[in-house]
Design a protein around this ligand. Sequence first.
Ligand SMILES: [Zn+2]
Length: 503
Amino acid sequence: MRFSAHGYSAVFVMLLVCFGFNVSKVQAFQMDRINGDNRYETAVKISQHDWSNGADAVVLTRGDEFPDALAGAPFAYSKNGPLLLTDKDHLTPITKREISRLHPSKIYIVGGPGAVSKSIQSELNSSYDATVKRIAGSNRYVTAARIADHMSSDRAFVVNGSRFPDAMTAAPYAARHGSPILLTKENHLPLTTRGALKAIQSTFIVGGSGVVSHSIVTQLPNPTRFSGDTRFKTSADVAERLPMGDPDHAFVVTGSEFADGIAGAVSAAKSNDQILLVEENYVPNAIKIAIHRRGLKSFTVFGGYNAVDQYVDTELSLPIQLLLVNKHRGIPSDYKADHLVKPNVRFPFSADIPKRYMSSMAAGHLEEMFDDAWDQGVELYAVSGYRSYNRQKEIHERITRNQGAAYADRVSAEPGHSEHQTGLAMDVSSPAVNYQLVESFANTEEGRWVKYHASDYGFIIRYPEGREDDTGYKYEPWHLRYVGKTIAQYMDRTHKILEGYLR
Ligand SMILES: [Zn+2]
């Protein structure tokens, strides 16, 4: 991306990431931000960036509630103008100054007088040499349908009108392709939405059946649904199945606030970029996996550090290496670590089975560690690496059956919640404990060596002694997880666990 204008903070980071053991390649990771002191200013900053020489049209909507803004982004893009936000009763000063700078010939107010007051409309009329037009209905559904009247496309997006995240996720693609965003209730398709659909041949529904029910979908022309069971999974599904044109760059925005993302959606459409939703202080696994699958490596955050903090920056830089898999945060059942290879280390068995494999991201580092250990007479053996979702399911069910659910939850992960599914974990042992995965491994020469040296090769002991309350698992001196050398050494020095390092 080419953000070179002033008015927003930019941080550029170069990371050298080594993949595999024979191959190392240099990947440039780049990160910047567009943010103001508040949502009005952020929208202005976006406008200044994308319309530095002015704009013929401006779309204005209220900044404190989302319904009218939901459908506004594709409309603003179709008019090649920014989406600006205002207080509902008074034209926000910074917005007013920006409209002056843009010098538009048309100003569109999206929303009724209850959303953008009549006095603001009068003020616009008297302050600018521009036609002021209001597009509004009696409610959000009608407003969205009225906006759709101004757009000519045979495809429409349909989202739940009470939720902004799905609309925000849909907006860049919808805008770029000239498709309106129409709104529905979960179980009821409003009459005006139904009317607006008459001119539509096909629909993209964004959101799961919990927000747009199956019975609604059956009423839509040629429907295709994009969804997940959270806003983030839905965002990831759209990123993977409706990719934008830019192969490297995406915008990132908080999934808990609408303002930055809705104004930013027009900008994203303009630069043909995805918008990805993240939590305030972490990147959900579904988004990390989508980033990895899409090969995205350059990001612009809409909003300041109070909206999306610096931990997010770190996680975006190493999405797979920093996957956080625990009892609360899982990975999809279809997620399979890519580039699984057999590390050239000793195993206590000879069969070529999945647990012999691990991600090429980690395998070379494991080999180095084992080579150095054996050079020092430390007889380290690898016992168990990659494990598929289904294999984890079998193991967890067997332990539950034999030893009860409470015990199973302390010692084994539910399917979709095992680090072994990432290909970044390897259980290790030694002949002194008969290659078993037992706590007494910690007291063997091998156990002590691993505890002392693993971080030098980028591995952490993921479930340390005395941290069961934080990790959710009892002490496992044998379970090594690859996070990369710098991070592993930092965590070792500061006695952090992964939950603490990532927040
Ligand atoms: Zn393990």
